[in-house]
Design a protein around this ligand. Structure first.
Ligand code: SF4
Length: 462
């Protein structure tokens, strides 16, 4: 248990009220408060102290059954049930929750992992979950909670339709701090990748004053250090197409960096937007690295096969052509490396229709990225977005080349891990202690993977 602490740090809380909560949950809290509900957000380990007064228990889920790409990939390789799934089960199995449920408590579930309940309908019945809400819920959550309190009929699954997607004016500001100081700057994405559910949402960008107000909520609370700007592509802030808008991006970063001294990051950005405007990117990078030496973001590489890129993500490279995807990746990664952005990149393994030659092209691309400080994470294909009716990719379907690709990613990450640990903990009082701990952990992991590596070539995998 003690060993898991650095990876699962406990929530900071006061009498069960967390000092920071997931951003999406803070939005729902803000909406319910706006509609005069009596609502509190609780650390799940303190649920017993408050549940007796509750009429509705809302549960926010990220990855309740470990079916998300990251957990399902790791779990199938390590052959373990994901932690998130274990903890979710513990929460809904709590005898106090079960007792209150028999006395009329309603359970409503929502959050980014809500889609997974479609695959676990028996579980929904077994644990008497009343309603699962999927999508941007600000415009509908009040009616759903009201119906629950009044004992009216609730649909088992509620998928928020496009017409119910809230406009900018209808999205309330968060009223309490969010984890990692995360603040949304916009919703939606115009690139339309087949495997992504975000693409079905309309594109909206928040104005500067809304973003500033939410950052203030976080920094004034004294409970949160730093700020993570969240959008599907931060580089496209304020843009109606795939080209960055210099004026808006520069102003946004000047405003934010005036408020933040350290702990700044982006949630996601695209290689194409960076590659399309290198000077704009460098200008923003200057504003950021003046305050801190580097910053991070999640980046989707997905494939090194131009044929696959053309088929399932034809606009991911835009304004460049889909067939030039690998050049865009190399250029974008080079610019990030030179300007202080450390990307955590994802690859999709086992896309429908993927051939051995597609995997080989991805491996060639990875070779070219070896010199760029980054993490590269391979994820098994999970059917989402317009590909939701396709088959899941399973570990047993891994070809010899897939295994080599996974090992190549691991080697890339181990090559960079020491340098990433150095910069991640630099300047913190516990720098030496934690760095040494993670280094030791990385050393053990390296040894394990190398053992696996030699086992895999002896065909240990089924
Ligand atoms: S660019 Fe990213 S967010 Fe946009 S559709 Fe593609 S995968 Fe989804």
């Amino acid at each position: 248990m003690a060993l898991s602490l650095p990876f699962f740090p406990p929530l900071k809380e006061d009498k069960g009220l967390p000092s920071a909560a997931p951003y999406g949950l803070r939005k729902i809290e803000a909406q319910l408060l706006k509609e005069d509900f009596d609502v509190i957000i609780l650390d799940p380990s303190h649920i017993e102290e408050h549940i007796s007064k509750a009429k509705v228990l809302g549960i926010y889920v990220m990855d309740p059954f470990g079916l998300g790409p990251a957990s399902s990939t790791l779990a199938s390789i390590l052959k373990n049930e994901p932690y998130l799934a274990k903890y979710f089960q513990v929460l809904v199995s709590n005898p106090v929750v079960k007792l209150r449920k028999r006395n009329g408590l309603k359970i409503i579930v929502g959050g980014p992992g809500a889609w997974q309940f479609q695959y676990r309908k028996k579980f929904v019945e077994e644990f008497s979950i009343d309603c699962i809400v999927e999508g941007e819920a600000e415009a509908v959550i009040g009616s759903i909670f009201r119906a629950a309190i009044c004992g009216e009929h609730l649909p088992k699954f509620y998928e928020v339709g496009i017409k119910e997607t809230p406009s900018l004016e209808k999205i309330p500001d968060i009223v309490s701090p969010s984890i990692n100081g995360l603040v949304e700057i916009g919703r939606g994405c115009c690139r339309g990748c087949e495997f992504c559910s975000v693409t079905q949402k309309p594109l909206r960008w928040y104005p500067f004053d809304k973003i500033q107000r939410e950052i203030d909520v976080n920094i004034k609370s004294d409970k949160v250090n730093g700020c993570c700007l969240h959008a599907e592509d931060v580089m496209l802030y304020g843009s109606r197409n795939t080209l960055p808008v210099e004026k808006k991006l520069v102003k946004l970063h000047e405003l934010v960096m005036k408020k933040i001294n350290r702990g700044f990051s982006w949630s996601h950005c695209s290689l194409a937007a960076v590659a399309s405007k290198p000077k704009v990117f460098s200008r923003i990078a200057e504003t950021i690295v003046e305050k801190q030496g580097w910053w991070g973001a999640e980046i989707g590489i997905e494939t090194g096969s131009p044929e696959i890129a053309k088929k399932i993500m034809p606009s991911k490279a835009h304004p460049f052509k889909a067939e030039d995807w690998n050049d865009v990746v190399r250029l974008g990664m080079g610019l990030m490396n030179d300007n202080g952005l450390v990307p955590a990149c994802t690859l999709i393994v086992g896309l429908p229709g993927e051939r051995e030659e597609d995997v080989a092209k991805t491996m060639d691309l990875l070779d070219d990225l070896r010199g760029f400080r980054s993490l590269i994470v391979p994820l098994f294909f999970v059917p989402l977005g317009r590909m939701r009716r396709k088959d899941w990719f399973k570990r047993t379907e891994m070809s010899e080349l897939h295994k080599q690709l996974l090992l190549q990613c691991t080697e890339h990450d181990f090559y960079w891990v020491d340098s990433l640990l150095e910069i991640a903990f630099k300047g913190k009082w516990y720098e030496r202690l934690l760095r040494e701990f993670y280094k030791a952990f990385a050393g053990i992991a390296k040894r394990k993977v190398r053992q696996l590596e030699s086992a895999s070539f002896q065909n240990e995998y089924p």
